[in-house]
Design a protein around this ligand. Structure first.
Ligand code: SF4
Ligand code: SF4
Length: 217
């Protein structure tokens, strides 16, 4: 069943699919997570400049999130048809301040798909930072391997230098790091709302993604 869902997601545009077991999820008893990602268009990300995002990028960001939600729903439908429980949460939604219900990035890291960069973005081995993620929760048992966490940022600090808000500490992400010491999401969000309010009311920026060294064509 997992292979069938994986195939369906890949044929629908996912660039990777992986799984992990999470102790804490928004749905009691649904601890197996299927995480997948859609690559953002390189040409559209290139419309982000060092001064900020573009309206084209904002539209793309929203469109990709909608596609992720639709794909996650299709996976949930397949799981239920097969007699399991399945559920998903929005690909992008803040429920408490700047935080969502669940960290798609943590699930992606636990699935061995990449690492969390100094920019706090998920950096995929396939696409670098040009990716949006979604997670499907299920009680269908999955064979998820343990993965050794490998940080690819090393001595790079491009995003810290490029970020106009000062949100990026320059520290390397670790599983038990105090997230606020690592990345100041409030500063990032405040800057976007102040400076880019004419683009999706300040919902996006993307400078750190655009200039990350892993943003390769
Ligand atoms: S999205 Fe913009 S403000 Fe936020 S961390 Fe990245 S570069 Fe800085
Ligand atoms: S710009 Fe450099 S430090 Fe920042 S996330 Fe990308 S690789 Fe890591």
């Amino acid at each position: 069943m997992y292979e069938k869902i994986k195939e369906m997601l890949m044929s629908d545009g996912a660039v990777f699919v992986g799984c992990s077991y999470q102790e804490e999820t928004p749905f009691p008893g649904l601890n197996y997570c299927i995480t997948f990602g859609i690559k953002l268009s390189s040409a559209i990300v290139d419309t982000i400049s060092e001064d900020g995002p573009s309206k084209t990028y904002f539209h793309h960001y929203r469109t990709v999130n909608t596609r992720l939600d639709q794909m996650a729903l299709s996976a949930v439908i397949e799981l239920e048809k097969a007699g399991f429980n399945g559920a998903n949460i929005p690909a992008s939604q803040s429920t408490e301040g700047t935080r969502g219900l669940f960290s798609h990035k943590k699930a992606a890291v636990d699935a061995g798909l990449g690492w969390i960069g100094k920019s706090a973005l998920f950096i995929s081995r396939e696409t670098g930072p040009l990716v949006r993620l979604a997670t499907v929760f299920t009680d269908m048992p999955l064979k998820c391997e343990e993965h050794i966490y490998e940080d690819g940022c090393k001595d790079c600090d491009i995003c810290k230098k490029m970020c106009p808000s000062g949100a990026i500490s320059g520290k390397t992400w670790e599983k038990d790091i105090n997230f606020t010491d690592f990345f100041d999401a409030e500063l990032c969000s405040h800057y976007m709302k102040e400076h880019f309010k004419d683009i999706g009311r300040g919902a996006v920026c993307g400078i750190c993604m655009r200039f990350c060294k892993y943003n390769k064509k």
